[in-house]
Design a protein around this ligand. Structure first.
Ligand SMILES: [Zn+2]
Length: 494
């Protein structure tokens, strides 16, 4: 996700371009100065089991150290089939959901997250009606399961979904999940959680799964989701004509990277220089927005030069009524603002397809793994675009980094109430540039390119990535990473 504080990025570029760098200090994006104690750094949660190929949706779920109340490590979802019908008039969602899952431990129940405005009307487990409880957002199926046993849950549900509160102090959003627009459309952004506002899900980053979607809505609205558009048809239902689209995401995704939107979208498709299909879904009657986001092939080509081939089969850009941008996997969701549709945000969100989507943090403590590199790549792009040195961009970002760290905590040990604050963006970006200077460009960029493939389709944590950099560089970098990621103050820059 791009941060509200990145608004300053745009100003930084203007400032850099006009040579008035020292004059630019902009107010922070957080509003609270009181500092609850951040949680102490803990050892990595002990994994449950790894029972199969990550590319097929097998994961090693853990209890999230930052947000332990969401998600359950007892479930390893492999595949979600979501058949969703949206009524823009009544703002009602009807879902038939089939979840293929693995139990990760012997237990007397299976637990998913599903927000209470949605009412389960029928639930079967392996073909038979099963007893369940739905209290708060916890959907608990009472059934004895054994470790590594495979199950099929079918859940029928209905209701008027809405967003859920987000643990953030940001200006661009305060809620996540299902968001209804004035014209009866809907869209979703759901980091760090909030997918449970519209389907039953193990809503945590450590559980990746494959997805199929069938989306039905009265025409001219159309449903958009992650992955490849398999087909689109018009279907008569009484006096109403519906648009039915089918989508398939055949690379495993964490729930915060899933997106669905219903609206009156115009669609156009381009192809990148390397043959990747790029589809655009922009609001009808807004050719200006389509023109802006059609710089995606250029952004993708720039990133492929540094990171290697794009890791998925398709790319899409979906523009909705939001203030933010989100790296939803293979179908990036952007707000309809000038900044959210800018080239630097395109670079940032496409960079996340490698850093965040292909390889995903085990839990939210290591969000810096996503935002640090996406922000750094964005900064490198900005420097090239503006014809300034990368160190000029870094010097500017460094002017507020310590203050952001003081407000929200160290990047890898932040205050849970300050999710996605500037501290996880700029400090880690500065860190990567320090490492580039220490290792030299050739070695640094070779390793930046290699890392996502090491855990392709899977997850990694702090120890995984920091020890890998030490091994591959032949230098013990543990103190370097610890001081940048766990330190209370910004380390001195070289
Ligand atoms: Zn981001």
């Amino acid at each position: 996700m791009r941060t509200a504080a990145e608004q300053r990025t745009r100003r930084a570029v203007a400032v850099l371009a006009s040579g008035l760098l020292a004059a630019a200090l902009v107010a922070g994006c957080t509003s609270e100065d009181d500092q609850p104690s951040p949680p102490s750094a803990q050892a990595s949660p002990s994994p449950s089991t790894t029972a199969g190929d990550p590319a097929q949706g097998f994961s090693t779920p853990v209890e999230d150290r930052v947000y332990p109340d969401v998600g359950d490590p007892g479930v390893d979802a492999l595949h979600y089939d979501l058949r969703l019908a949206w009524d823009p008039g009544s703002r009602t969602l009807d879902g038939v959901e089939t979840v293929e899952l693995r139990a990760t431990t012997d237990a007397d129940h299976l637990q998913l997250d599903l927000a209470r405005p949605l009412e389960v009307t029928r639930l079967t487990l392996d073909g038979a009606d099963a007893p369940y409880r739905h209290r708060g957002k916890d959907l608990v199926v009472d059934a004895a399961v054994t470790r590594d046993s495979r199950h099929t849950l079918v859940i029928r549900y209905s209701g008027e979904p809405g967003p859920v509160p987000a643990p953030v102090q940001r200006k661009d959003f305060s809620e996540t999940g299902w968001t209804v627009t004035d014209d009866g459309g809907a869209w979703t952004m759901q980091e760090p959680y909030g997918a449970y506002s519209w389907y039953a899900v193990n809503d945590q980053p450590s559980d990746k799964a494959l997805y199929d979607f069938t989306l039905r809505v009265p025409a001219p609205f159309v449903g958009v989701a992650n992955g490849e558009l398999l087909d689109r048809e018009q279907v008569r239902g009484g006096p109403v004509t519906y648009t039915v689209t089918r989508w398939r995401l055949d690379a495993p995704a964490s729930s915060y990277l899933v997106t669905v939107a219903f609206g009156d979208f115009t669609t156009v498709t381009d192809e990148s220089s390397t043959g990747v299909s790029i589809s655009y879904w922009t609001p009808a009657g807004r050719p200006d927005l389509l023109k802006r986001v059609r710089r995606a092939p250029e952004a993708l080509a720039w990133l492929e030069d540094r990171l290697g081939p794009y890791p998925f089969d398709t790319l899409g850009i979906l523009v909705v009524d939001s203030q933010s941008g989100m790296e939803t996997q293979t179908m990036i969701t952007l707000g309809d603002t000038r900044y959210a549709t800018s080239p630097e945000v395109l670079v940032h969100e496409i960079a996340h397809q490698w850093y965040g989507d292909l390889v995903t943090p085990v839990d939210w403590r290591d969000m810096w793994m996503n935002e640090g590199m996406a922000t750094y790549l964005q900064g490198v792009w900005m420097a090239e675009d503006q014809g300034v040195a990368i160190t000029d961009v870094m010097d500017y970002w460094a002017t507020f980094e310590d203050d952001e760290r003081a407000k929200a905590g160290p990047p890898a040990d932040y205050d849970p109430a300050f999710f996605g604050s500037s501290n996880v963006y700029y400090g880690p970006a500065l860190m990567w540039d320090e490492l580039r200077q220490r290792l030299g460009d050739d070695e640094f960029w070779a390793l930046v390119r290699d890392w996502p493939g090491v855990h392709a389709d899977g997850n990694a944590d702090y120890d995984d990535i920091t020890s890998w950099w030490s091994e591959r560089s032949g230098e013990d970098l543990s103190g370097f990473f610890d001081s940048w990621l766990l330190g209370e103050t910004t380390p001195d820059r070289g």
